[in-house]
Design a protein around this ligand. Sequence first.
Ligand SMILES: [Fe+2]
Length: 442
Amino acid sequence: MEKFIQRVISIFITIFLFLHLLQAKHYDIDRQPPRKLIFTPHKRSDSDPQQVHISLVGKDHMRVSWITEAKHVSSNVEYGKVPGKYNAKATGEHTSYHYFLYSSGMIHHVTIGPLEPSTTYFYRCGGSGPEFSFKTPPPQFPIEFAVVGDLGQTEWTSSTLSHVESRDYDVLLLPGDLSYADTQQPLWDSFGRLVEPYASQRPWMVTEGNHEIETFPIIYPHGFKAYNARWLMPYAESGSTSNLYYSFEVAGTHVVMLGSYTDFDADSDQYRWLEADLAKVDRNKTPWIVVLLHAPWYNTNTAHQGEGEDMRKAMEELLYKARVDVVFAGHVHAYERFTRIFNEKADPCGPIHVTIGDGGNREGLALMFKTPASPLSLYREPTFGHGRLRVVNQTHAYWSWHRNNDSNAVVADEVWLQSLSTSKSCRAGFDHHTSSFLNDEL
Ligand SMILES: [Fe+2]
């Protein structure tokens, strides 16, 4: 009897090892262990700008944000279309914050404009330090968004960023988890310096992830202290009362940044704001709606199962009725693309869901996917990389996903999307308040 039991156990172990080897073999090429953290030091003078990044504000303005160690630096930006010649100047505001023993530098935010579309501007912050430049987005299609989540500051982050930069783009979208500072405030500064060469040249539009929360009982109960001070987004301009959710429009695309880590129920400010925001979109002028949030509503990875479920149940119908085209999420450190979905079923009028949490964080990849694969999940792979959404025209956009280990020309996953605003069958069932949208159907 004992021998029989031993035999059964050894058969089980053999089967387990065989299945494990199969799984490992499947991901052998893609398996990428975490790489070490990069700390980017401060090398300029205390009054020079550091951590410079830009973000879109309204139709034709840009917010320039930077930090100085020195406290006497004025919050102004000089800018113009010729290097070294600044024929315009704007003044803004500054803030700072404390987190236990850490005191931030002076955090400057200056909005400049009006600016011309598709134009390169040269600028200097606070009358000191190096000159920077950026290019404004185009006024209409085509426009290219780079999409990267869970970025962090490791050698994989550098790999992702150099990959992103190797092909031009107009706006970067980040669905949460930026620095992975996780209360170590100097890591926020290091992250700002790491991304400056990229984020000072193209607008970076971000929303928060769980690594931005940084609450501490009684002392910092509300969290997001560093995130809100450093990564100010155009929430006020979009009618939101919180930096944790907002929207903006660029080149025929309405981008909604939602907050997975603030209230989202039907009686919440975020819900009411989202309802009003979606109702204002004129799909004739702005045919595309793209939504970003952190914790995915659909996920077949074994990591973070069900974490976006409450938010999905609360808000999915709003997005569905507004005929949102795509939902990008992060959080799960892998890539996954779903078909069009509503209420856990394939639905031609629902958004495509994409998880793009494979930017390069220090925690490594989420290697295990549930088996068998759900028929809703069309592509899934645990590899560091980034995505591109090229909105070609009113009707079509091209989504591609690029691995860090391939050249940028290699497309690991791709799909052509048709805007739901131009789908007659979806518009016929459209139950929405936007009269201009409905008028077009008559
Ligand atoms: Fe996360």
